[in-house]
Design a protein around this ligand. Structure first.
Ligand code: ADP
Ligand code: NI
Length: 213
């Protein structure tokens, strides 16, 4: 019962912070990642409470959202303490969020089963129809074109290049989305990613076919 109460409180807490966000970290992203995390956790035998709670809090230390990762982590720590989550669980949850939001964190291997589950859930939400939608929404918010055939497709870009608008929504597929399926941590996550990846490939094919008449 205590766990259910904490999850409900966490939901309210996250909603209050993300309410007005336009950086792609809206509440519904959190909601989807939480559901995916629950599903993968059940299949992989991970601790469902830790996975759900971490999924709910996972974007609250994101630089894009908070500006300062350490400040974000401190606030999460205080919140968990106030809500009487035990110290072991607090440290576990914070270590998962730290790895996930660390700049270049996608290259740092996560360790615990729960970390693997939540990272997989977050990555799955960048794939499939939802992932396509988020990518175009993000590119639009940043003033990028959806596609520009005069920009050669690149699979590595610097922050500076992004700032100058030298990327496009379609380029983001090559830079990140198509790579995610091979980065999945769990067997069940991989199965889900495979399907969503296939859908990305089909979408890209159609998009480029239509573009080229
Ligand atoms: P998260 O890791 O929590 O899913 P990100 O901050 O990495 O969130 O990205 C939010 C969404 O915006 C994701 O769907 C991602 O694929 C998309 N996105 C991130 N960077 C770009 C970009 N440069 N161009 C287009 N879409 C992007
Ligand atoms: Ni996320």
């Amino acid at each position: 019962m205590q766990e259910l109460r904490i999850l409900i409180e966490a939901e309210q807490y996250v909603k209050s912070i993300l309410e007005d966000d336009s950086s792609g970290h809206d509440w519904w992203h959190i909601h989807r990642v939480r559901s995916l995390a629950r599903k993968i956790a059940a299949n992989e035998g991970a601790n469902i409470f830790i996975c759900e709670l971490t999924a709910l809090l996972h974007d609250l230390a994101d630089e894009k959202l908070i500006g300062d990762e350490e400040k974000g982590l401190n606030s999460i720590h205080d919140w968990l303490e106030r809500n009487e989550v035990n110290e072991n669980d607090i440290q576990h949850i914070l270590s998962i969020i730290r790895t996930m939001s660390f700049k270049g964190g996608n290259n740092v291997a996560v360790e615990t089963l729960e970390a693997k589950v939540v990272q997989d859930a977050d990555r799955l939400d960048a794939l499939g129809a939802i992932g396509i939608g988020r990518t175009f929404a993000y590119a639009g918010a940043k003033g990028q074109l959806m596609y520009d055939p005069s920009i050669p497709v690149r699979d590595e870009m610097t922050k500076e290049e992004y700032r100058k608008g030298e990327s496009t929504a379609i380029n983001h597929f090559y830079e990140k989305l198509l790579k995610l399926k091979d980065l999945m941590n769990t067997d069940y996550g991989r199965v889900l990613a495979e399907e969503r990846h296939q859908y990305l490939e089909e979408f890209l094919q159609r998009f480029l076919d239509e573009w080229n008449g």
